[in-house]
Design a protein around this ligand. Structure first.
Ligand code: ATP
Ligand code: MG
Length: 287
């Protein structure tokens, strides 16, 4: 247990500790989920990759929106943050048609109530990135909702501001990722209000766990794209004929090593830093 911290909760990936009255320590574990089930095998350093990437983006997007980052600890997996009152919506931005967006489009010709041109294929790039909020499910899958429903949950003014900020964050990150050979297909942000009521970016940002990253060189619309990070683990689990309910299968060493390598590669491509440098001094991502 981190010194001076009181454990207040566990997410699928993070342990949450209270730091004083209004601080929060988010510690990212090496747990991995496939098909929304946490596997019994961990991926070494995965939590460091998620934390390092989040800190990298927090330090580069401060001009777009304030965020909860206070300090990055020496272990490379613990973020000291300001505790926020989190908004009850997941703020998803999509630049490409994939996942639940693709399913929605097949059924309705739109995504979260936003009409799209006919004839798009799976994984096609959208004419413009779109904001597609979802509810935060307490358990199981988040559910896509339309703009009116999301605006009722947070209020119309805050909704408009969140949409504008999320789209600007996506545009910034997608351009950066593209210059590093990665397509940012979609990503999820979580916002909250700070003690003064200021809209603040929280949680993790623009990591492989909160985003779909695709290798630009291998991009081929018309079907699903290999996910940058979890494909080894997913392919292995599917090959077993596992029914995708808990408990998940143990991963063999070669699948663990392959998955770890992909997480580290995403970190190195996006930050332009070696992962070794990060382990030696995590604060390199803040510069
Ligand atoms: N600054 C903050 N203040 C308060 N809560 C936060 C803050 N940043 C992130 N959180 C919350 O901390 C949790 C992070 O843990 P983790 O990412 O493991 O959860 P999750 O698996 O995404 O969520 P869940 O297990 O509820 O599905 C999330 O519930 C997130 O909303
Ligand atoms: Mg999370």
């Amino acid at each position: 247990m981190p010194e001076g911290a009181v454990h207040i909760g566990s997410g699928k990936v993070r342990e949450l500790y209270a730091l004083g009255d209004d601080g929060l320590l988010l510690v990212a574990s090496d747990r991995i989920s496939t098909f929304d089930v946490i596997l019994p095998t961990e991926i070494p350093d995965k939590g460091r990759v998620l934390t390092g990437l989040s800190a990298f983006w927090f330090s580069r997007t401060r001009e777009l929106v304030p965020n909860h980052l206070v300090a990055l600890r020496d272990d490379g997996r613990s973020l000291e943050c300001r505790r926020l009152e989190m908004l009850p919506i997941e703020c998803v931005v999509r630049g490409y048609l994939s996942g639940s967006g693709w399913k929605d489009y097949l059924r309705t010709g739109s995504v979260c109530g936003q009409a799209l041109p006919p004839g798009l294929r799976e994984s096609d790039r959208l004419p413009e990135p779109i904001f597609t909020p979802a509810t935060k499910a307490q358990s199981g899958h988040d559910e896509n909702i339309d703009a009116a429903a999301a605006a009722r949950l947070v209020g119309p003014e805050l909704y408009a501001r969140v949409e504008q900020v999320a789209l600007s964050l996506y545009a910034f990150a997608a351009a950066h990722a593209r210059s590093r050979g990665i397509l940012l297909a979609d990503t999820k942000f979580e916002f909250g209000l700070d003690a003064d009521g200021t809209l603040t970016l929280g949680d993790e940002v623009l990591t492989p766990d909160s985003s779909r990253f695709w290798e630009a060189a291998a991009y081929e619309p018309g079907g699903p794209q290999a996910s940058y990070d979890k494909q080894f683990a997913r392919d292995y689990c599917e090959g077993l004929g596992w029914d995708k309910t808990a408990p998940g299968p143990e991963l063999p060493d070669d699948v663990v090593a392959g998955t770890r390598a992909r997480y580290v590669e995403a970190f190195e491509l996006l930050t332009g830093l070696s992962f070794g440098e990060y382990i030696a001094d995590p604060r390199v991502v803040l510069r």
